[in-house]
Design a protein around this ligand. Structure first.
Ligand SMILES: [Zn+2]
Length: 374
């Protein structure tokens, strides 16, 4: 996620906080300190209110992190590696490297998060009872009770049968188990997600009309986000269902035109870009591929400097994001395509350039498939 920074690593999982998370931190702290506490506990002074509110916001963050960590550790245990957990404005997301291949795995993974939240709900409640019996300050007791409620809410909200929420994954696993079709179960669970999203938006608008502004706006946003996510995850499931089964070597376009690094940029424009109508060319040096040159990097160069500038000086060197092996699946090439921003990956077998896979190839392929299937 853009605008995220890492705060640590747990069991090999990178823990990241997105800048948008500070909005929710500020919002939670502010609404507690400025409206919740003054109404329900007017006896608290302002320092107590603000300290308790920020402590609750921080522990809320820890709770969300533990929820995601619980999903992740179960996932790793079942053989699906987890790269990172990102906390952002709408909660947390664990980036699991591959989707579960069996309904039982999906079920275990999905339940792990809400189970952690329920555990935390009970834990915070018991702590509040213990602190009260030891005569601890009321603010501490109240804050722990509040955290207990937050975790209960987190568990219940996530258990709605709306994909990609945890409850939606449970629903998908059950339908998948009985129908045997991942596609069908994802379609149903995503449709539920989409409906749930619309429901939250409608409810948010209802709250807004009744002057419950902050919660109303919040619900509209969350509803929109869930609606969006449910569509995207259905589409990405459809794509991976197709592109996990095809190897890059079978899919790529062969016969690639390359350009030598010593050629001038002027010639690159006249005899390559405008002639072949490709926006990117692999660059070679003594027959060996050293990188790519794109129309975008020519644009950054002053037009008058084109005749004296060599292609080599505006070449982007080869990197992992630019290269795939012919043995990789097309889904892997797609990941790199979206990561490199060039819209193309080179297919290379050691030092040899075998072909290219571009975004356009993938779109065309999907388009043709759609035409044929109707
Ligand atoms: Zn979850």
């Amino acid at each position: 996620m853009k605008g995220s920074f890492r705060i640590g690593k747990i069991k090999g999982i990178l823990i990241e906080v997105n800048a948008s998370w500070f909005i929710i931190f500020a919002l939670v702290t502010y609404s507690l300190a400025a409206s919740y506490f003054p109404v329900y506990y007017p006896e608290f002074d302002s320092t107590t209110r603000w300290v308790s509110s920020s402590a609750i916001a921080l522990l809320f963050f820890v709770s969300v992190l533990l929820h995601e960590l619980s999903h992740s550790l179960v996932s790793i245990k079942l053989g699906m590696p987890v790269k990172r957990i990102t906390l952002f404005i709408f909660g947390g997301v664990a980036q699991i490297e591959q989707e579960p291949d069996e309904p039982v795995k999906e079920l275990k993974m999905a339940i792990a998060g809400p189970a952690m939240s329920i555990f935390l709900c009970v834990l915070f409640f018991l702590l509040s009872v213990a602190l009260r019996s030891f005569g601890a300050p009321q603010a501490a007791v109240v804050s722990l009770q509040y955290l207990s409620t937050i975790n209960l809410t987190l568990a219940i909200f996530n258990l709605f049968p709306a994909f990609p929420l945890d409850g939606g994954r449970v629903l998908r696993a059950i339908i998948w188990r009985f129908s045997g079709s991942l596609q069908k179960s994802t379609r149903i669970a995503s449709a539920m997600g989409s409906i749930f999203g619309y429901f939250l938006i409608a409810f948010g608008i209802f709250m807004l009309l009744n002057n419950i502004i902050i919660n109303g706006i919040w619900l509209v946003f969350i509803g929109w986000f869930i609606n969006q996510m449910s569509r995207e995850s259905y589409q990405s499931m459809l794509l991976s269902d197709i592109f996990d089964k095809i190897k890059v070597g079978e899919f790529m376009t062969g016969k690639v035109v390359t350009i030598d690094r010593s050629v001038s940029v002027q010639e690159l424009v006249d005899n390559y870009f405008l002639k072949y109508k490709f926006a990117v060319f692999p660059v070679s040096q003594e027959g060996r591929i050293i990188g790519i040159v794109s129309a975008a990097s020519v644009k950054q160069l002053d037009a008058a400097a084109r005749p004296q500038t060599s292609v080599g000086s505006i070449t982007t060197p080869l990197s992992d994001k630019l290269v795939v092996s012919p043995e990789d699946i097309v889904s892997e090439a797609m990941k790199r395509l979206s990561a490199n921003g060039v819209g193309r990956v080179l297919v290379m077998d050691q030092e040899n350039l075998l072909g290219i896979v571009s975004n356009t190839d993938i779109l065309n392929y999907m388009w043709i498939r759609n035409q044929i299937s109707k």
